[in-house]
Ligand binder design. Structure first.
Ligand SMILES: NC(=O)C1=CN([C@@H]2O[C@H](COP(=O)(O)OP(=O)(O)OC[C@H]3O[C@@H](n4cnc5c(N)ncnc54)[C@H](O)[C@@H]3O)[C@@H](O)[C@H]2O)C=CC1
Ligand SMILES: O=C(O)CCC(=O)C(=O)O
Length: 530
């Protein structure tokens, strides 16, 4: 008999199939502290949560029988994924069940914002009949900027079109073809920030999206624009937003999510007359809660019964013999993907992976998943993993092509990752595992190099002229950036060349700009491989 603990309020109808299963016992115990959960989790095979329970490393460690953690929703940021993966606990989510509901909430927030509905309601019920203060704006004819065109962002755009809005959209995976299909105008973040009357964000919170709208963006916005966040707290810089409203740039904001939830009682949003808030209600409809609970219960049953399952956000099943051969390449593959994606500026449309030498006669599918994860994680953050990376690539129209060649090209094994991006961009990074030396990057674009893929790196493209290495070294030294190693690659003497440096710490943006401004240097980009 399997035991499943439901530790958050989850729709009864949604978990009915779990409760009806004759091989499962379901216990509902909500509002438990971490210590209380640690004390009882050892008895359970499955744990079902929504967003109130934070599933910590300690809880996972105490879950000695735990096989599955089900999240009735999209974001799994309340579950320590790595700890679960390490302990072989499958984490599953329900990515589709609350899309429409959350989209509708974002839309409701946009309309409430345009017409001051919460403020007008509060004043009216206080007995004041005030028709002057709450002059609103129409949505028709306004420009809506959508940052993040995944499931929810795309649905918001669809509805905004029906309201006669013009849509500017940005997503690192939004290709011109897909934009055309969705009837939105593909734009850069900067175009959106400068041109939109309303901005709505629908991205996960990643290192790249954290504060993607902050002071520099508010400074160039249209005066009187309005902004909505029903995705994750932290995508918009909360304090910078308050300043932008107080200085008259932003006319109002609507937030469902906060950097810290629940926000402190003295959080400026809670008393600001131009900011409307809801307590993370995006997914809170009868329909969505049923949908996500049904989806997640079904998968929990499959996992407990050892049947095929979907929507896992961590470990894939890999045969031990394949695992033994491939495992040494996993981190190299992920780093190559990450390296290549950091060099790419346009929307990626194709990932080509070529396996040569030793890797040409083995089932490399698990390794490809790591490489694709490396490519996608820049934009998906913790939401992409080796289970879902291929699926995510497919849903974003990113074609993954794998080729194999027994020819060794001088190495016993070689992985070459090539990214094609729009328009006409192509980036190539190749790496190998060298006996005695470990992971090495041996080619970047068309240039041969030999450097360990680790830490902070600077890739400089330049013309091969005497004195350039000195200029770079001096500039970095003056800016307190210590060089740990350096490689220069060129095809012909005096022609185009690259310099790949490993440095001891992050390189400030202004140093990269200064480097790119040096004579004979064309570009200087930082690549971080941590
Ligand atoms: N308020 C609430 O109750 C709910 C919030 N959410 C949150 O809404 C967000 C979106 O959810 P879905 O649409 O289901 O996810 P999704 O994964 O379908 O879409 C997210 C999109 O963001 C894009 N993205 C990543 N980095 C970006 C960047 N730097 N700039 C622009 N776009 C970027 C990704 O490429 C992806 O297409 C997630 O953070 C999710 O956790 C989801 C459901 C309910
Ligand atoms: O379950 C909830 O209320 C939160 C939903 C959410 O934020 C998500 O699914 O990512």
């Amino acid at each position: 008999m399997f035991k499943v603990l439901v530790s958050d309020p989850i729709s009864d109808l949604g978990i009915q199939q779990l409760m009806d299963a004759n091989d499962v016992v379901v216990d509902k115990k909500t509002g438990l502290s971490e210590d209380e959960l640690i004390a009882i989790i050892g008895e359970y095979d499955g744990l079902l949560v929504r967003s109130q329970t934070t599933v910590t490393e300690k809880i996972i460690a105490a879950g000695t029988n735990l096989k599955v953690i089900g999240r009735a929703g999209v974001g799994v940021d309340n579950i320590k994924l790595e700890a679960a993966t390490q302990r072989g606990v499958v984490v599953i989510n329900a990515p589709d069940g609350n899309t429409i509901t959350t989209c509708e909430h974002a839309f409701a927030m946009m309309m409430a914002l345009a017409r001051h509905i919460p403020q007008a309601y509060a004043k009216t019920i206080s007995g004041v009949w005030d028709k002057k203060t709450f002059l609103g704006v129409e949505l028709r004819g306004k420009t809506l900027g959508v940052l993040g065109m995944g499931r929810i962002g795309s649905e918001v755009a669809k509805r905004a079109k029906a309201f006669g809005m013009n849509i500017l959209a940005y997503d690192p995976f939004l290709t011109p073809d897909r934009a055309e299909k969705l009837e939105v105008k593909l734009a850069s973040v900067d175009d959106i920030v400068r041109g939109a009357d309303f901005i709505t964000v629908h991205t996960p919170l990643t290192a790249e999206t954290r504060h993607m709208i902050s002071r520099p963006q508010f400074e160039v916005m249209k005066k009187g624009m309005r902004i909505i966040n029903c995705a994750r707290g932290g995508v918009i810089d909360e304090m910078a937003l308050v300043e932008a409203i107080d200085s008259g740039i932003v006319a109002g904001a609507a937030f469902d999510v906060f950097e810290k939830e629940p926000p402190q009682a003295d959080h400026p949003f809670l008393s600001h007359p131009k900011i409307i808030v809801t307590p993370h209600l995006g997914a809170s409809t009868v329909e969505a809660q049923e949908n996500v609970a049904i989806d997640v219960s079904e998968q929990v049953l499959h996992i407990l019964r050892n049947e095929p399952f979907i929507n896992a956000v961590n470990i894939p099943p890999v045969a031990p013999s394949v695992m033994n051969k491939l495992q040494p390449y996993f981190t190299l593959g992920e780093k190559l993907g990450s390296f290549a994606t950091q060099l790419t500026h346009g929307a990626i449309s194709e990932i080509t992976v070529e396996y040569a030498g030793d890797l040409s006669d083995v089932d490399t599918q698990p390794l490809t998943r790591y490489i694709v994860k490396g490519v996608l994680s820049r934009h998906f953050g913790g939401d992409v993993n080796i289970v879902n990376s291929m699926h995510l690539a497919k849903t974003r129209d990113v074609n993954v092509v794998v080729t194999k060649s027994p020819k060794t090209k001088g190495f016993t094994n070689l992985i070459t990752v090539t990214l094609k991006a729009d328009p006409d961009e192509e980036r190539l990074v190749a790496g190998t595992l060298l006996q005695g030396y470990g992971e090495r990057i041996v080619q970047v674009n068309k240039f041969p190099v030999d450097i360990a893929p680790e830490g902070h790196q600077i890739l400089i493209s330049h013309n091969d002229k005497p004195g350039i290495i000195g200029l770079v070294g001096t500039l970095l030294g003056e800016n307190d950036v210590n060089i740990a190693s350096m490689q220069v690659g060129r095809k012909i003497v005096g022609g185009a060349a690259i310099m790949l440096l490993t440095v001891d710490k992050a390189v400030p943006q202004q140093v990269l700009v200064k480097l790119a401004g040096l004579q004979e240097i064309n570009t200087a980009e930082e690549v971080i491989l941590l």
